[in-house]
Write a protein that binds this ligand. Structure first.
Ligand code: PLP
Length: 236
């Protein structure tokens, strides 16, 4: 596990350094450890090394881990594509969903959220660089979706998430993150009743500095913590 500990320290140092460089309070930036394809034991190791928030992409794989780690106070974030037939399991077992892109999915998450749990935190995934193949709502459909989610009492709309196309140049990396922040600012002006819009979920291993420069409040980091993924993920 020492290498996970070292990796976490390195990621924390990257976050601190870029926060400092851009005049941001590092306490405003949450590190979400992306544990897709990692075993429950490795998640347990990362928890022992100080991480408490984990992101998962595949529902069945996540449910197995959540059950195996039920003794730990982990905050689980769902960050993958979400089909209608999996909304119940997600709404019952997760604290956050970053990847809402349709009103129908939002309504199901709302209706299926167990009464004993607090409202489910959600972000809307935005297709910020207009990629035909990528998921996310188009920016011009964002206000209507945000309004629809705002009316669902069992969901708490927290902000926006994006996965821009990979790009090696740090300056270009900032552009889609800048646009996502603009989208959040616009939403705040248009929907002033939504007072919980505090989240920009953006930045991964390769571009977390660029995302922090543009205002990320949650960075989702897998490879830099757990190493390269080589396991084949289980479906769904
Ligand atoms: C896999 C994944 C990540 C983490 O990517 P790394 O490059 O390994 O840090 C972040 N967000 C989402 C939505 C992912 O699917």
């Amino acid at each position: 596990m020492t290498n996970i500990t070292q990796n976490i320290n390195q990621v924390r140092a990257r976050i601190l350094e870029s926060a400092k460089k851009h005049g941001r309070n590092p306490d405003d930036i949450t590190l979400l450890a992306v544990s897709k394809t990692q075993s429950a034991d490795r998640v347990r190791g990362a928890f022992s090394a100080g991480l408490t928030r984990f992101g998962e992409n595949y529902v069945q794989e996540a449910l197995d881990k959540i059950a195996a780690l039920g003794d730990l106070p982990i905050e689980w974030h769902f960050i993958g594509p979400l089909q209608s037939n999996k909304t119940r399991a997600v709404s019952e077992n997760f604290h956050w969903v970053h990847s809402v892109e349709r009103a129908k999915i939002a309504r199901r998450l709302n209706d299926q959220r167990p009464p004993g749990l607090p409202p489910l935190n959600v972000c809307i995934q935005v297709n910020i660089d207009d990629q035909a193949t990528k998921s996310g709502v188009a920016p011009d459909e964002l206000p209507a979706l945000a309004q629809a989610i705002a009316e669902l009492p069992r969901l708490r709309l927290r902000g926006l998430m994006a996965i821009p196309a990979p790009c090696a140049d740090p300056e270009h990396q900032r552009q889609p993150f800048f646009r996502l922040r603009q989208q959040l600012d616009t939403l705040r002006r248009r929907l002033p009743a939504l007072t919980d819009l505090d989240t920009l979920s953006m930045g991964m291993t390769a571009d977390l500095e660029a995302a922090i420069a543009e205002g990320a409040t949650i960075v989702r980091v897998g490879t830099a913590i757990f190493g390269e993924r080589n396991a084949t993920p289980r479906g769904g």
